[in-house]
Design a protein around this ligand. Structure first.
Ligand code: C5P
Length: 407
């Protein structure tokens, strides 16, 4: 079933021959029941007249940042708030560069900056311009900020070249808009998540830590936000950008992470403990930098709180998901943790093998719950995280819908 009925789509059109295809997209969106408003840049108007889109959308077309005659039209802040999704199709190389740099010197760029709604771009340009490192870097940077990059396709180009750079066809864009606006399996759910390593001070400049990069946790946070959850991420020290739509708090030590989680857990429905928390902290932290001329220090260790076990022991506990990073006997240790920490679900993986687990871009998970198991085959962490969130959503909604579930 289409998710487009009564949805509000703001369609930005920049200068490119593919602007003519955007007219067909407007027609398809209207036919599917969406409301469409069109914003054109100055160079887009060199290719197609605004009247074309006005006739198809049944709405005035917006062109100027300072439109003195548009008394009934919305200003740029209202327009940015009005839409459910903002799609720029075609998106030229010049537009993408300015969007990445944060320019706001025309109405469309201003709208993109002012909007908190999902933003998608459908690049369309000559294949050499698309292959240029500058365009590549702009798109990569936009993607890490959560901008959806749709296309381009490969094929014949208006300039006679053949290669990647063609805008996706209107039907393909319609399907992608439909998918982006479909309600997610975690709509309205509050999800709290820990990620990354912790650092335990030895002295003012040194610490104990581990190899966790935070990549898996951040991928899970991004997938949960895309599935509609309100995501709060408590992160140890990592070098990763915050995923789109995720609210983040940074901490260093296990105790700081514990405090940050406990302060927020009352408001969450699902808790996912992805962090590689240090089991121990240093009991005798030196107040000054240890010198090598001194006698070798003896570090005394004391146990850190177990954040996940403390959350799952709460009287009003959320749905609890743990991770088990193991170097052997994955199933045995995972099932043991599921019971011991009283979890609803545990995701286990081998670490220490090349290309998977800590610091790697790929992962493979064995997921266990009481009475069930699923394998998530090896793949990029983003794909593995998406599947894990689907499994969490299934188990979470199952638990909430039935009192006589199979677990
Ligand atoms: O370290 P361990 O294998 O016990 O970790 C299992 C799970 O418990 C993980 O999800 C981890 O994030 C969580 N954990 C925690 N606090 C700790 C230790 C582990 O939340 N102190």
């Amino acid at each position: 079933m289409s998710a487009l009925g009564n949805k509000k789509v703001l369609l930005g059109i920049t200068g490119g021959i593919a602007a003519y295809k955007a007219a067909e997209l407007v027609r398809l969106l209207i036919k599917a029941g969406a409301e469409v408003r069109v914003v054109m840049t100055e160079s887009a108007r060199e290719f197609v007249q605004p009247l074309t889109y006005q006739a198809l959308s049944g709405q005035p077309v917006y062109t100027d940042l300072f439109d003195k005659h548009a008394d009934s039209a919305m200003d740029h802040i209202e327009l940015a708030r009005w839409c459910d999704l903002l799609l720029v199709a075609p998106a030229s190389a010049d537009f993408l560069a300015k969007l990445n740099a944060g320019y706001a010197d025309n109405l469309l760029l201003t709208l993109c900056l002012a909007s908190k709604k999902p933003l998608a771009v459908a690049p369309a340009m000559n294949q050499q311009m698309f292959a240029n490192a500058a365009t590549h870097d702009n798109l990569a940077a936009l993607a890490t900020r959560g901008v959806l990059i749709w296309g381009p396709a490969e094929g014949d180009q208006a300039c006679g070249d053949i290669g990647p750079g063609r805008m996706l066809e209107p039907e393909q864009l319609l399907a992608l808009i439909d998918e982006a606006l479909a309600p997610g399996p975690l709509d309205g759910v509050a999800l709290l998540l820990t990620a990354g390593p912790t650092r335990e001070a030895i002295d003012p400049v040194r610490y104990l830590s581990n190899r966790s990069s935070g990549k898996m946790g951040f991928a899970v946070a991004a997938a949960a936000a895309r599935a509609g959850a309100r995501v709060t991420l408590i992160s140890g020290p990592v070098a990763l950008p915050t995923p789109a739509g995720v609210s983040r708090t940074d901490v260093e030590s296990a105790r700081e992470m514990h405090d940050a989680v406990m302060a927020r857990v009352g408001d969450c429905d699902i808790f996912v403990a992805c962090a590689a928390v240090s089991d121990y902290r240093i009991a005798n932290v030196a107040g000054h930098k240890l010198k090598k001329d001194d006698a070798p220090p003896v570090l005394e260790l004391e146990l850190n709180p177990d954040i996940l076990a403390d959350v799952s022991a709460l009287a009003q506990r959320p749905f609890c998901v743990g991770f088990a990073a193991e170097t052997r006997d994955v199933e045995k240790y995972a099932l043991d943790k599921l019971e011991r920490k009283n979890l609803d679900l545990i995701a286990a993986n081998f670490v220490g093998s090349a290309g998977r687990g800590f610091e790697a871009d790929d992962n493979q998970l064995e997921v266990y719950w009481r009475g069930g198991h699923a394998r998530i085959e090896r793949g990029p962490k983003a794909a593995v995280a998406k599947r894990l969130i689907e499994l969490i959503a299934e188990r979470y909604t199952g638990r909430h819908l039935s009192t006589d579930s199979d677990d």
